[in-house]
Ligand binder design. Sequence first.
Ligand SMILES: Nc1ncnc2c1ncn2[C@@H]1O[C@H](COP(=O)(O)OP(=O)(O)OP(=O)(O)O)[C@@H](O)[C@H]1O
Ligand SMILES: [Mg+2]
Length: 382
Amino acid sequence: MTAGTELPQILVIDDEIGPRESLRMLLKPNYRVHTADCVEAGIKLLKEQNPDTIVMDIRMPGVSGIEGLRQIREIDPHLSVIMLTGFGALDTAKEALRLGANDYISKPFDAHEMQQVIDRNVERTRAHRTSEHAASEIKELNNRLLQQLAQKERLASLGQASAEFVHDLGNPLTIVWGYVQLLAKRLEKSDNSQQDASSVKELNIIEQNVRLCRELLTMWQSYGNVEASPPKMISVSGIVREVLKGISPMASENGVELKSNICEDSCTLLGDALQISRAIQNVVVNAVQATIEKKGTVTVTCAQKDFYVDLRVEDTGAGIHPAQLNRIFDPYFTTKQAKSGTGLGLYITKKVVEDHSGSIKVESTSGVGTVFTIRLPLQNAE
Ligand SMILES: Nc1ncnc2c1ncn2[C@@H]1O[C@H](COP(=O)(O)OP(=O)(O)OP(=O)(O)O)[C@@H](O)[C@H]1O
Ligand SMILES: [Mg+2]
């Protein structure tokens, strides 16, 4: 539908050539005029041209103007229709108004009056079309908001469930933690055979990760309490090293080569170490998971540039299909089905990165591999 700045369109339907042509001459300077000599031809033009106003004679041989009006109303209930009536035929004019005409003018018509009536009716149609357009936009917006609301409700109920989950997980984790300590002490005391040395190393990694789990639980328990963990000076490169240490056994067990190039600078910023750690972990775990089938490589680089640090996680895995690329940060979007994915990993990562005023971007080619780049500003460092 056109309701813009172009010339309004008028459709004149009249069997008599005299009024038809004089209307064409009169209206030509200000409107695009279409003419038809019968209702059938008029209806055809209405469908093709979508005019802003119709001027139609009531009395025509064959299909009458009244019948024409009925047919027009079936096609467009809101289009302005002005009826031309014979002089003194007030009753037919009234009948036409009752049947949905918007105005009437008696023949012979006064040019000035005709112009005014047409202007008014063009305005009327256009105002209606604009409001119809606005209404459909509002409807669309409303639908979008309802979808967002449904997603928020899902997140809220997940929040409730995870509060219980966090609570329940606390006890067994404390037990694991206790036994890890016990084992560590026992190994410390035993005579230092080579086998024990490597067990100590492995136990260290277990201990570190159990500690991480406990810290994560504490963080989740205090979730929503903003004062719970004030930002501290943290080292991004240090965190990356820790994350890689934890993931490396999982990678090698699955035949994935994990390479890294971490800069010597500490890359400090003011933030939350635990949050940054899980943000990075999500991306690296995804890269390893995507590379398992091809037994490929995951390369993690961490480089400091001027006022920011760039963390690049590149894999030679399955890649992401272009149609899915703009959905991967949505909560619950996963292609891992019931196997493992909740689809919250990248959603959390993006949120954490943005909470630290950073950005995350992704480039991927299906079947070739994927690169995630996380950029975090260091300007907070002192
Ligand atoms: N490196 C990658 N290579 C290929 N696909 C990826 C990669 N990283 C993410 N994806 C795609 O993005 C989806 C969403 O990732 P996200 O981490 O949010 O959830 P998930 O890994 O499926 O589940 P979760 O992290 O909760 O276990 C994945 O299911 C996968 O399809
Ligand atoms: Mg994931």
